[in-house]
Design a protein. Structure first.
Length: 291
């Protein structure tokens, strides 16, 4: 099915449990000491079961999230009302190691799109509802490559919604550039996924513009990769309170964390710590260790 904002405004992202290493804080306590494929598959399915029972109907994965697409695909039968979003543009390179020198490689070329689309379809089949370019920045060729835009438009013509995620201190610039991209006289990107949280709010004005223009907005990293842990519900409630937010992703690694995140649906925003300068926020994020 094409991407339609679900009635439950909380979605589940599997970045933290699709591979053994990630940059979220507290993983030593969140995940089993032996992060085998089977262990993380079980953890992913536990989270998916709990999320579905709570009414969550949107799940977010990516080619670079290790085996997240595979874990999700094994769980999907019998859950026909779940909307699936995946992302292409990063290739997972860590070989299931936490101590890998390089965990993922970025490439937004048409060749990478075609390869990774084939890989995603081989795993998810016809359950791929939304396909997003992963982590677009203002200098990304994905914003200007007409050959890539033609391929994305062809994908959209099959019924798969085409979107993009953005990252870095230039998120707003990337979003506004994406809003101007057209194919066959119509907007190409129908969804925007961006980081917005109490510490990093610079994308807010551009997200309001995107939402007003009819694009669906998915907010990622509402917990600032664990920097706002301990005040989960209030932090995510602040994201939900923004009028541009259609879906905010929970990046929970445990069912207890997911349960805490779900409380945001009925919690008012709490104390505001105040934002950081975007450059400072992203510098801190880039310094987080994979663990």
């Amino acid at each position: 099915m094409p991407f339609i904002a679900p009635s439950c405004r909380l979605g589940l992202g599997l970045a933290a449990v699709g591979r053994p290493g990630y940059i979220n804080l507290g993983r030593d306590h969140d995940l089993p000491a032996r992060r085998s494929v089977d262990a993380l598959r079980r953890r992913s399915h536990e989270l998916l079961d709990a999320a579905y029972a709570a009414g969550v109907r949107y799940v977010d994965v990516a080619r670079s999230y290790g085996r997240a697409e595979e874990f999700l695909a094994a769980w999907l039968p019998g859950h026909d009302d779940v909307v699936v979003g995946s992302k292409w543009g990063y290739t997972y390179t860590a070989g299931w190691r936490v101590d890998a020198e390089v965990h993922e490689a970025k490439d937004h070329s048409p060749a990478t799109f075609e390869r990774q689309l084939a890989e995603s379809r081989a795993v998810l089949g016809d359950r791929l509802d939304l396909y997003q370019i992963h982590s677009v920045t203002p200098d990304s060729p994905a914003l200007t490559d007409r050959a890539l835009h033609r391929l994305l438009a062809d994908l959209a013509a099959t019924g798969v919604t085409v979107g993009l995620s953005v990252s870095g201190p230039g998120q707003a610039e990337a979003i506004r550039a994406a809003l101007r991209v057209e194919a066959d006289g119509a907007p190409l990107f129908r969804t925007v996924q961006a980081t917005w949280n109490l510490l990093e709010r610079s994308a807010g004005p551009a997200l309001r513009e995107a939402h007003a223009d009819g694009r669906h907005v998915i907010v990622k990293e509402g917990m600032a990769n664990g920097r706002l842990a301990g005040r989960d519900a209030e932090a995510l409630a602040a994201v939900l309170a923004e009028p541009f937010t259609d879906v905010v992703l929970s990046g929970a690694a445990t069912v207890a964390q997911l349960t805490s995140n779900l409380r945001a649906l009925g919690t008012p925003p709490g104390r505001d710590p105040g934002p950081e300068a975007p450059e400072d926020y992203w510098r801190t994020r880039s310094s987080l260790a994979w663990s």
